[in-house]
Write a new protein. Structure first.
Ligand code: C5P
Length: 234
């Protein structure tokens, strides 16, 4: 898969998502859609099947983290939903990530891409040291988790656009970086702290950008989506 813009469909229910996706009827490129926990837990697995049936690629962002056997079985279920990308927490250990790959791999050998979350951006150095008793610098921890994900056979990590270059240096150019925290140069930052424009994210080597409110809350979501594609993909 090449560079793409993934639209974070952070809506409360199916009705709102479909009203949003309806706006893209007839648009030359179907948005890649991210479905997160809120929508998945609220609307159930049918929401994945329905969005897939409309021809969208899907990143199912459920961030699994459990014992290897449970993650393996859960991944097998997600693989059956025919998503294109899904994810887990690298903190679950290399063995858990290897089990996830096993579960995700279909009988014909194909599988969705599997991406790791390293340390959440909501976790800072202080919380990591005090709550998790991890004393190393956070960027070292992030790169170590990314390297573990690579070792386990995963395809990439979710990271801030600012970390994408270093992840590629550490794990290889073909190790995917999926980066949220994207804003237009003339847009609202909202609650994101470290942001980049789609053009900057392209320049520093992000493979996919995840864009929510700059598209979903735009007056003209299709125009905002096209602008992201033009800046990032073309
Ligand atoms: O609306 P906005 O563009 O900020 O949405 C970004 C999306 O990426 C949201 O779904 C958010 O949960 C997700 N995300 C993030 N930062 C991370 C990981 C995921 O913003 N570190």
């Amino acid at each position: 898969m090449g560079k793409d813009v993934i639209v974070a469909c952070d809506f409360a229910g199916a009705e709102q998502v479909f009203a949003f996706l309806d706006k893209f009827e007839g648009v030359e490129r179907k948005p890649f859609v991210k479905i997160g926990m809120e929508l998945f837990y609220g609307a159930g697995p049918d929401i994945v099947r329905e969005i897939k049936a409309r021809g969208h690629k899907i990143f199912l962002d459920l961030k699994l983290h459990d014992i290897p056997n449970t993650v393996k079985k859960a991944m097998s279920v997600l693989s059956g939903l025919d998503v294109d990308i899904t994810n887990l927490h690298a903190g679950g250990t290399v063995r858990m990530m290897e089990a996830a790959i096993e579960g995700l791999t279909r009988p014909d050998g194909t599988r969705p891409l599997l991406i790791a979350v390293t340390q959440l951006t909501s976790t800072d150095q202080e919380a990591m040291e005090n709550d998790l008793l991890i004393k190393e610098p956070i960027d070292k921890v992030v790169m170590h988790y990314a390297a573990n994900a690579r070792k386990a056979g995963l395809d990439g990590v979710v990271c801030s656009p600012l970390e994408a270059g270093k992840v590629h240096d550490t794990c290889g150019a073909d190790f995917l970086t999926i980066t949220p925290g994207v804003r237009f140069a003339d847009g609202d930052i909202g609650d994101q702290k470290r942001v980049m424009t789609p053009a900057e994210a392209k320049k520093i080597g992000s493979d996919y950008i995840v864009v929510g409110r700059p598209i979903t809350a735009a007056e003209d979501p299709v125009a905002a989506y096209r602008r992201c594609v033009a800046e990032f993909c073309d």
